[in-house]
Design a protein around this ligand. Structure first.
Ligand SMILES: Cc1ncc(COP(=O)(O)O)c(C=O)c1O
Length: 398
């Protein structure tokens, strides 16, 4: 049987899932000697030892058995305390579920909500996996775009509201946002929640970057403006705040009625997160504030290093973000960001993510992750300057 025939047997929405533009570019540069990787959304530091030790000790203690599908109770209690301490919001252990990272939380959310033909209004440019997660469930994404206006990313809420139809099942908001660093303020969150409540639409709030904020202690959360009975799912993650991308742990804050549903879905997919990893998660929540603080300070230095230089490059249009760890900038004349990002790998040996990966509003942009040491950032910028920092006509390269 040919490979073509084999693929024909698959569910068409799975077989037709496109590789994201980030991966297309990464494949082009993978393994290139000396390449400076600024394409993925993670820092360059390993998880602190005291968090690793908590997992190792739990493993040695014998915490190696099947676990509670929603997360062990001490961890859910820890999440309840964290939610109160961080956002000033009271939730119960019946409203939080530990899952296999933010990605799994997003997938579970769509598993619960999306039937073929349902529409999800997604505020973007945004991380491409969100679109794929809707589409693989047969849903349709409607793009509500945040635009760069007078040096700031802005969302036109009325335009978003006007997109809602009978078929709209959910509105997806990632704030602070990847790739833009856009942050939705509380009054906008309240207005969106009011709208969704009146129309019976779910809000899926992806708040995985809530700790990586530079102009205040923490980003506003939908939990702060929601009512107890609202149709709200908040996606969160240990990946970004505590340098734990490879651990694959995150959590969902959800209406209490959904706990047993989530438990069933977890049972037939991952069957839960290993108990010894959950012990490390408790340690991160209870003792990890300094990790988060240090990461935030490091990212702020990275952001300023990057923007102090990029802002003086005449072909770029950009806004210094208040949050997250990305520079997302428009390059004048660039029409194919995937081709351009590949060209940058060939000519400058720097890995950047193409803007088109982040939805239709992202074409014309590139994303650079600045969660790196000052030394790496400076080397990356030095290598990029001859291509991006000149007044040359970029069209030749695109
Ligand atoms: C906006 C957004 N949501 C969710 C995730 C998922 O993170 P993880 O699955 O590592 O928790 C990411 C990762 O880059 C992200 O950028």
């Amino acid at each position: 049987m040919t490979q073509r025939a084999i693929l024909d047997d698959l569910r068409h929405d799975v077989a037709e899932l496109e590789e994201t533009g980030i991966v297309k570019v990464a494949v082009h540069g993978w393994g290139k000697p000396g390449l400076i990787p600024m394409w993925f959304g993670e820092g360059d530091q390993p998880t602190p030892a005291f968090i690793c030790d908590a997992a190792a000790e739990a493993m040695r203690r014998g915490e190696t058995f099947y676990t509670d599908q929603l997360g062990i109770l001490p961890l859910r209690e820890s999440l309840v305390r964290y939610t109160k301490r961080t956002f000033g919001v009271d939730v119960t252990t019946s409203e939080v579920a530990l899952v296999t990272a933010g990605m799994s939380a997003l997938y579970l959310a769509m598993d619960m909500l999306i039937e073929p033909g349902d529409e999800v209004i997604a505020v973007g440019p945004v991380w491409p996996n969100i679109y794929s997660t809707v589409e693989v469930h047969g849903g349709v994404v409607r793009h509500a775009s945040i635009d760069l206006v007078d040096g700031e990313w802005m969302l036109d809420l009325d335009a978003l509201f006007a997109m809602a139809s009978e078929r709209t099942k959910a509105i997806f908001v990632n704030s602070p946002g990847n790739p833009t660093g856009w942050m939705m303020e509380s009054d906008e969150q309240r207005a969106l929640m009011d709208f969704a409540r009146a129309r019976g639409i779910w809000v899926i709030a992806d708040e995985v970057y809530h700790q990586l904020v530079f102009d205040r202690d923490v980003a506003p959360s939908f939990l702060q403006v929601a009512r107890r009975d609202d149709r709200l799912l908040v996606v969160n993650s240990f990946s970004k705040s505590w340098l734990m991308t490879g651990w694959r742990m995150g959590w969902l804050t959800h209406p209490p009625e959904l706990g047993p549903v989530i438990a069933k879905l977890v049972q037939i997919t991952t069957s839960g997160v290993p108990a010894f990893l959950q012990r490390a998660a408790i340690t991160a929540l209870e003792d990890g504030d300094e990790v988060t603080k240090a990461l935030r300070a490091r990212c702020k230095i990275g952001r300023d290093l990057v923007f102090d230089r990029l802002e003086s490059w005449p072909k770029l249009r950009l806004a210094r973000p208040k949050a997250a760890f990305y520079a997302f900038f428009a390059v004048e004349g660039m029409t194919d960001s995937v081709a351009f990002a590949k060209k940058i790998i060939d000519d400058a040996n720097v890995g950047l993510a193409p803007g088109s990966a982040f939805g239709p509003a992202g074409e014309g942009y590139l994303r650079l992750c600045f969660a790196a040491s000052a030394e790496t950032i400076s080397r990356g910028l030095d290598a990029l300057e001859p291509i991006l920092g000149t007044g040359a006509d970029q069209r030749r390269i695109a």
